[in-house]
Design a protein around this ligand. Structure first.
Ligand code: KG4
Ligand code: ZN
Length: 327
């Protein structure tokens, strides 16, 4: 089954063609990072207009790279939410239009489920598994018992992981989007330079506001001196990745799960991936672990097409479905 996926929930205009949920035929991403850099974050109205400018070009490029004709596609899918409403509307209307023109089904997809499904691409991963989903808007541990069947076992009570990365990066004077830059500097720093706090919250909760404040205090301490940016990045990264992995392992143990997977933009983080792969060692529990390829961690449409195959939204009349901002 060939599915054409569209992703426009935030600041990437992306399309992809994926066969049977696992094999990517073509994958195109047009990023708006340069536009939003001047504002230090995504400006929703500007993002929506950029999607409008880019969408037709990205659709055409995706078909051109695949060698597949639109009439050969079995279904058209798009992210219906959560995300920025004006942005989501562009992708949803493009997918619905293609579905009407070529007389093939329209399949709506939940963005978070799509991030999880990025793990099915080019792998033989099968449920059950425990997934740590860490993106710019969400932090959750999800027990996936079957395709299309999952339960949230833990979530954040304040900031999302990617959001904390971006805010801490801004405190350190790094440019938007800060997560990836912070990760790079952390690789040249001393992880043990500063002891930062891990929140004492319930097993099913994450809280990062204390950690964020601790980094703020630290930066204030160095006001008139050279700030050891790399060491602060490394210490922050060590603390947050350690919290994330510890909680995920605890929930996997509780759920008798021997497979742990990562998902979301922060799944691209070097230290988080390193810690995940350490879980394969016998002394760490001999877990089977999966993380999406780097290009499928941050927003892309291959994961949307995969989710349309493995975990579509169940709605009576998809062509009448509207976008949603939260979920
Ligand atoms: O999943 P995503 O592309 O968009 C949302 O659905 O939110 O995630 C974007 C987030 C941003 O906060 C970005 O800073 C973060 O993922 N991110 C990273 C890295 N690459 C992207 N955070 C830490 N380390 C990275 N290497
Ligand atoms: Zn995302």
């Amino acid at each position: 089954m060939l599915i054409f996926g569209i992703e426009t929930s935030c600041d990437e205009t992306a399309c992809a063609i994926v066969k049977d949920g696992r094999e990517v035929i073509s994958n195109v991403v047009a990023s708006q990072i340069k536009t939003h850099q001047a504002f230090g974050g995504v400006v929703p109205e500007v993002a929506a207009r950029e999607h409008l400018d880019a969408i037709n070009v990205v659709i055409e490029e995706t078909f051109a790279q695949s060698g597949i004709k639109p009439s050969e596609i079995d279904a058209f899918a798009s992210t219906a939410g959560p995300g920025l409403v004006g942005c989501l509307l562009v992708g949803l209307n493009a997918a619905k239009t293609l579905s009407l023109v070529y007389n093939k089904p329209y399949i709506p997809v939940n963005h978070l489920k799509a991030h999880v499904c990025a793990n099915f691409i080019d792998t033989d991963l099968k449920p059950p598994f425990t997934c740590l989903l860490v993106s710019g808007g969400h932090t959750q541990i999800i027990n996936v018992s079957d395709y299309g069947k999952s339960e949230i076992a833990a979530s954040t009570i304040d900031d999302a992981t990617g959001e904390v990365y971006d805010k801490v990066a801004r405190l350190l004077g790094l440019s938007y989007p800060g997560g990836i830059q912070l990760d790079k500097l952390a690789q040249n720093g001393n992880r043990e330079a500063f002891k930062l706090p891990e929140a004492k919250v319930g097993e099913d909760e994450f809280s990062f506001s204390g950690l964020k404040t601790a980094v703020l205090r630290l930066t204030q301490r160095f006001k008139n001196e050279q700030m050891p940016v790399n060491d602060i990045c490394a210490s922050f990264q060590e603390t947050i990745t350690s919290t994330l992995i510890k909680k995920t392992v605890k929930i996997a143990q509780k759920n008798n799960s021997k497979t742990i997977v990562l998902a979301g933009g922060v799944a691209a983080n070097s230290r988080l991936r390193e810690k995940l792969f350490e879980l394969q060692k016998p002394e760490n529990g001999s877990y089977q672990v999966f993380a999406p390829k780097m290009k499928y961690c941050t927003d892309n449409a291959a994961m949307v097409a995969s989710a349309a195959f493995f975990n579509p939204m169940k709605v009576e009349n998809p062509l009448e479905l509207e976008v949603f901002s939260r979920g």
